[in-house]
Design a protein around this ligand. Structure first.
Ligand SMILES: *[C@@H]1O[C@H](CO)[C@@H](O)[C@H](O)[C@H]1NC(C)=O
Ligand SMILES: *[C@@H]1O[C@H](CO)[C@@H](O)[C@H](O)[C@H]1NC(C)=O
Ligand SMILES: *[C@@H]1O[C@H](CO)[C@@H](O)[C@H](O)[C@H]1NC(C)=O
Length: 346
């Protein structure tokens, strides 16, 4: 017979399927929820769960059931505590809504009321995790749950925040359940999601970069490097002057990273230079999808394009003025110099 601790070890190994699925980066799983209380008898509940920036599931406001964004998020929701959470979701939401109505009547809050909450956990690669839950009212922080102490704390100086924290702290069954959900259940749900959704969660999209110029003033040239379509979000965009990286400064302006509709990102970096300064410029992009390579897009100083069109415009002006002048001169002097106009028209 095996020593009992060995049996236990084997059993645990079977239960925890492989550490190969551990996320290599810090992961944040969070449920964002907004409840709109229009009047004493109505409440609309909106909610979405995100892993990092990836939507996992959403709450259908019509019947308060879960809508899965991916086939694998439905699969992951069958594991661990998620099954139980799913089956108790509607009751829990109903209790929450009733509780807010009760408090609102007790302290005579005005309708409509908007209650927002953010709850979830952060899981580091070394498997340490911490849970959080913040609740706001009317767009301001109201109370927060301190997971380790299993206590609600006010996040604003108001009798409402005091009263609600006190009343929620008296419900010991709820605070200890919340502590379990925000630490154990949340952490194991992240691991399940990372296991089932690996392909989508680790997706990489390569950036597409374009370089062009703007001339806001005759003595200023703005070189624009527009980078879009990349995923994941972290990226490095720099300008090189004669091969050397331009350090941060007043001539360099890089925008925030903004989301595209297809869950990719974009940003632009603008460098102000003097026209015809004799330097060469290039935009350099580094991103995980490119591996160790970088994208290098030189600023083609085809002074060609703008200079040519300016030259043509000037020539046309000269031609028009000469033609006008010639017409006036011809009316006065007759037909002597027809050859001059012909020269301008070549
Ligand atoms: C409460 O608001 C809902 C939704 O806006 C509305 O349909 C209902 O008639 C309102 N009830 C009362 C008592 O005002
Ligand atoms: C785990 O990693 C996080 C983030 O890197 C760090 O803050 C924390 O101290 C680490 N915990 C342990 C026990 O190593
Ligand atoms: C950077 O660009 C933004 C948006 O175009 C602008 O508001 C800001 O003034 C710029 N900053 C500098 C230092 O040029």
């Amino acid at each position: 017979m095996q020593p009992p601790h060995l049996v236990l070890f084997l059993f645990l190994t079977l239960l925890l399927p492989g550490t190969w699925a551990d996320p290599e980066e810090t992961q944040v799983l969070q449920l964002l929820q907004t409840i709109l209380f229009t009047n004493v008898s109505s409440a609309e509940v909106f909610g979405v769960t995100l892993l990092g920036d990836v939507p996992i599931y959403a709450l259908d406001p019509a019947d308060r059931s879960l809508r899965f964004h991916w086939p694998w998020s439905r699969q992951a929701a069958t594991e661990g505590d998620m099954g139980k959470i799913k089956s108790h979701l509607k009751v829990a939401l109903r209790n929450m809504v009733r509780y807010v109505h009760e408090v609102a009547q007790k302290v005579q809050l005005d309708y409509p009321l908007v209650i927002q909450s953010r709850a979830g956990c952060v899981l580091h690669p070394n498997r340490t995790s911490w849970g959080f839950m913040d609740v706001g009212e009317g767009g301001r922080d109201l109370i927060a749950f301190e997971v380790e102490r299993q206590r609600w704390e006010p996040r604003q100086m108001s009798s409402l925040a005091e009263l609600i924290s006190k009343s929620l702290n008296s419900k010991k069954a709820v605070t200890s359940l919340l502590e379990h959900l925000l630490s154990i259940s949340c952490q194991s749900h992240i691991l399940a999601l990372c296991r089932y959704g690996r392909a989508d969660l680790e997706r990489q999209e390569m950036p597409v970069a374009t370089v062009f110029a703007r001339t806001p003033r005759p003595d200023q040239l703005l070189l624009v490097c527009h980078v879009t379509g990349f995923y994941p979000r972290p990226i490095s965009v720099a300008w090189l002057r004669d091969g050397q990286e331009v350090p941060p400064g007043p001539t360099l302006n890089t925008s925030a990273i903004l989301p595209n509709a297809d869950l990719t990102y974009q940003l632009r970096s603008v460098l102000a230079v003097a026209p015809h300064d004799g330097h060469s410029y290039a935009c350099r992009v580094r991103h995980r999808s490119l591996g160790t390579r970088s994208l290098l897009i030189p600023w083609e100083n085809h002074s060609g394009a703008p200079t040519t069109s300016i030259t043509i415009a000037v020539l046309l002006l000269v031609a028009a003025a000469s033609a006008g002048g010639f017409w006036w001169w011809k009316r006065r002097k007759g037909d002597e110099t027809t050859w001059e106009t012909q020269e301008f028209m070549i």
